[in-house]
Each structure stands twice: as structure tokens, then as C-alpha cells.
Design a protein around this ligand. Structure first.
Ligand code: SF4
Ligand code: SF4
Length: 90
């Protein structure tokens, strides 16, 4: 188990997946993430993932671009207003 600087036990929780059926694409998580884990994207009416600024994008979503870069800080979980994000313990 890791510890904080003050010696309190610290359990990192790594971002695993984002449920695109629940995500509202608000990008709060993207703004607070200190790593290169997240990537905004778009989704068409047919449910196909496209670039964020694609003309076919019907709504915005957030994707996990590089899960291996996550440090498990939990900042994204604190700002997400939905239950879109799932985590795995370190
Ligand atoms: S846990 Fe931290 S590093 Fe990982 S995706 Fe969330 S904000 Fe980024
Ligand atoms: S904060 Fe939550 S709802 Fe907003 S983009 Fe991130 S995962 Fe989606």
C-alpha cells in the first residue's frame, strides 16, 4: 500500500473504462486530468465514434486514450457528475 507524504495509506484507483451511454461529454474530467489519459470525441446518431469536431458528431463523449498513463489520482472521479467512469484498484 502506498502512503501520502504524511504517512496515511493511499490507494490509487486507475481509470478503466468510460460508459458512453452515460457520459454527457462535459469534459470536466479532461480539464482536471494531469496526464494524457483522456481524449474528447464525438458520436454520431448511429453510435459511431468520430473526431470531436467532426460534422457528423451528434453529441460529445469522452474516451480513454491512454489508460497506461493514469496515475490513479481520482481527480476525474471527483468532477464527474454521472456514473460514467469505472476504476480498478492499483
Ligand atoms: S485518475 Fe487521475 S490520472 Fe487517471 S484519468 Fe483520472 S484524473 Fe487522469
Ligand atoms: S466528467 Fe464524466 S460525464 Fe463529463 S466527460 Fe468526463 S466521464 Fe463524461
Amino acid at each position: 500500500m502506498l502512503q501520502t507524504r504524511g504517512g496515511t495509506a493511499w490507494q490509487p484507483n486507475y481509470l478503466d473504462v468510460i460508459n458512453q451511454d452515460v457520459c454527457i461529454g462535459c469534459a470536466r474530467c479532461f480539464k482536471v486530468c494531469p496526464r494524457a489519459v483522456l481524449q474528447p470525441a464525438g458520436m454520431t446518431e448511429d453510435g459511431e465514434q468520430v473526431d470531436f469536431d467532426d460534422d457528423e458528431a451528434f453529441r460529445k463523449i469522452m474516451t480513454v486514450e491512454d489508460a497506461a498513463d493514469c496515475i490513479g489520482c481520482g481527480a476525474c472521479a471527483k468532477v464527474c457528475s454521472t456514473t460514467a467512469m469505472a476504476f480498478v484498484a492499483a
